[in-house]
Design a protein around this ligand. Structure first.
Ligand code: NOJ
Length: 605
């Protein structure tokens, strides 16, 4: 992925405009060296004029303005659902207990050099053992829903229903669901959050193989049978883009295959078919009895044209979103891949001399089977990119990324407190939600992931940047609602700090801090817990005075948690003293006294 660190052309005052055009000229590395200064100045001037036109011409432009003045005070509709999320591999730990089988992530994390610091999710947050504490925390936050995923190999250790059903795994999820319901928290259950049973990868090649469609359907069917009397919100796949691209194209994620230019498309094709099959299974066999809803959770960044007056940039930005969100959403809503994907991948494949497109084709029967298989759309969103057109000459090496003919850019002034890729750009969220509304017939949306991370080294529980992130992103969601987007719920990502895939534990997304150094994995509320609680209890942002006071109050509360966390090494030390040193000293004392007594008695007789 190519990221250039430019200032964006869109700026708010003349000073910034000048600065932007200067950077634009400076970054123009493609011009031949003999280009005269004159041409550069002309070009800079043109850019400047274009920018000026952008600023003055478009009313819509105000949309991107992200200052206090554009903050919208108001509340969400009654019944709007507030939640937090997690996933099995990222939080459960207990990787090999109670009959759980291996997943591709258990295998992948064991290969040296795949994960930062060679970390694994073996114990992670120990969520498998601590779920009762976690539900208590959710209850305290007054969450309306909790999103979690079911680990396929915990229930079906080999992946196949015909082989063996692990009742202990079922029991774990039963208890979690029951406790949530007892606490008036709606379970929102993801069936696939990336932990494919290892056996299915080894024996069949995982998502490269169409047989996954049937095995996944068996697994889903079992979940409906066992949990569906209590679970009413099902998500088939979480972020299939990552599964396909990072699992089978770049190899950064499990199973770590680098099948460039083909692997991602094939994996996605089978995932879409599997999603449709499971939707039909639910629809025909369970819906009338269980009365639930089933959707898919798609993640997408927003792509904004670098130059909103340049048709090539506008089309490139559209392509960016179509190759990201549209790749999965268009089949699910309209039955087939986006036209632009078919065109671009088809053309590139032809230029490579291939007889057929690397993008697989749905038969007309499949198209009508897949179309409309979505009761609601789950949207996972974190960040935005600026996009500009760039032609990649097609050679023997192809990839999903070069197929798109574009370049991603970021504005270096966007805040990025944690993950390298995650810049806070709240206005992109509103645009993405509006895109969903117009492209897919205004479906019902649940935001299934939205949040921000900080670096592992950060032990400050007063996470001001996260409060700001939630405030601004949730506000943009409120504006989208006013635009007519049908958003029904919001899931803060994530409840806890947890295993962050190839980044190990180096990026903390949690509302709650988890002390991974301590074997008990204690949780500490960050300030954002208190802030989010206020948003939930007010169902939005009632008025400026009140909202301003939330930040202050949240910061007051986090300083005491900070002290607790700081005292943790001391407490652990004390625990060690009581658990190891005291018993050892006592045993020694008893032994010595016994020996002494023996000698004493011997001397007597
Ligand atoms: C999306 C993934 O679904 C989730 O597991 C991950 O934690 C977030 N992105 C943040 O990277």
């Amino acid at each position: 992925m190519e990221l250039l660190f430019w200032g964006h052309m869109v700026q708010w005052n003349v000073e910034n405009l000048l600065e932007a055009s200067a950077r634009f000229v400076w970054c123009d590395c493609s011009s031949p060296l003999h280009v005269t200064m004159f041409l550069r100045v002309v070009r800079a001037l043109c850019c400047w004029l274009v920018l000026l036109a952008c600023v003055s011409a478009s009313e819509d432009f105000d949309w991107t303005k992200n200052d206090q003045g554009s903050f919208y005070y108001g509340t969400f509709p009654t019944g709007f659902s507030w939640g937090a999320g997690s996933s099995a591999y990222q939080t459960e730990g207990a990787w090999n207990v109670d009959g759980k089988g291996m997943s591709i992530w258990d295998t992948f994390t064991r290969k040296k050099g795949k994960i930062l610091l060679n970390d694994t999710g073996d114990s992670s947050c120990e969520g498998y053992y601590k779920f009762k504490d976690d539900v208590t925390m959710m209850k305290d936050m007054k969450l309306n829903h909790y999103r979690f995923s079911i680990s396929w190999p915990r229930i079906l250790p080999s992946g196949l229903k015909a082989d063996h059903i692990n009742e202990k795994g079922i029991k774990y999820y039963d208890e979690l669901i029951n406790m949530l319901l007892d606490s008036k928290i709606t379970p929102v259950v993801t069936l696939y959050h990336w932990d494919l049973p290892q056996m299915l990868e080894e024996k069949f090649g995982g998502w490269q193989n169409v047989s996954m469609v049937y095995y996944f359907n068996d697994f889903a069917n079992l979940c409906f049978e066992r949990f569906g009397n209590r679970v009413k919100y099902w998500i088939t796949f979480n972020n299939p883009w990552s599964v396909a691209v990072e699992g089978y194209e770049t190899g950064e994620h499990a199973p770590g295959l680098k099948l460039r230019g083909t692997g991602a498309y094939r994996a996605a094709h089978h995932i879409i078919k599997a999603h449709a099959k499971v939707w039909h299974t639910y629809d025909t066999q369970w819906r009338s009895k269980q009365k639930g809803l089933i959707g898919i959770s798609l993640s997408a960044d927003w792509g904004e044209p670098v130059d909103i007056t340049d048709q090539r940039d506008i089309e490139a930005a559209e392509r960016y979103v179509q190759f990201y969100l549209g790749w999965f959403a268009t089949p699910v809503f309209n039955g087939d891949y986006p036209q632009v994907m078919k065109e671009y991948v088809g053309r590139k494949s032809a230029q490579q001399g291939l007889g057929a497109s690397r993008l697989p084709v749905f038969s007309s029967q499949e198209k009508s089977y897949i179309k409309g298989t979505c009761d609601f759309l789950g949207v996972g969103h974190f960040t935005t990119r600026y996009i500009t057109q760039k032609n990649y000459p097609s050679g023997p090496v192809s990839s999903y990324f070069t197929d798109r003919d574009l370049v991603e850019l970021v504005d270096p002034r966007w805040p990025d407190p944690g993950s390298e890729w995650l810049y806070s750009v709240p206005w992109g969220f509103r645009r993405l939600l509006n895109f969903v509304k117009t492209q897919y017939g205004n479906p019902m949306i649940y935001v299934t992931e939205n949040g921000v991370s900080e670096k592992m080294t950060c032990t400050d529980l007063c996470d001001e940047w996260r409060m700001q992130f939630f405030k601004d992103y949730i506000n943009q969601m409120l504006k989208a609602l006013k635009d007519g987007v049908k958003v029904k719920g919001y899931t803060a990502w994530s409840l806890l700090d947890k295993f962050e895939w190839d980044e190990g534990y180096s990026e903390r997304f949690g509302l709650y801090y988890v002390d991974f150094r301590n074997k008990n994995k204690p949780r500490y509320p960050k300030a954002s817990v208190h802030y989010y609680k206020r948003i939930i209890s007010s169902n939005g942002f009632p008025n400026q005075r009140e909202v301003d006071s939330w930040r202050r109050k949240a910061l007051e509360s986090c300083s005491s948690s900070n002290q607790l966390l700081a005292a943790d090494p001391l407490i652990r030390h004390m625990e060690m003293v009581t658990e190891i040193v005291v018993p050892t000293v006592c045993t020694l004392c008893i032994l010595l006294s016994a020996i002494f007594l023996m000698f004493l008695l011997r001397g007597r007789f």
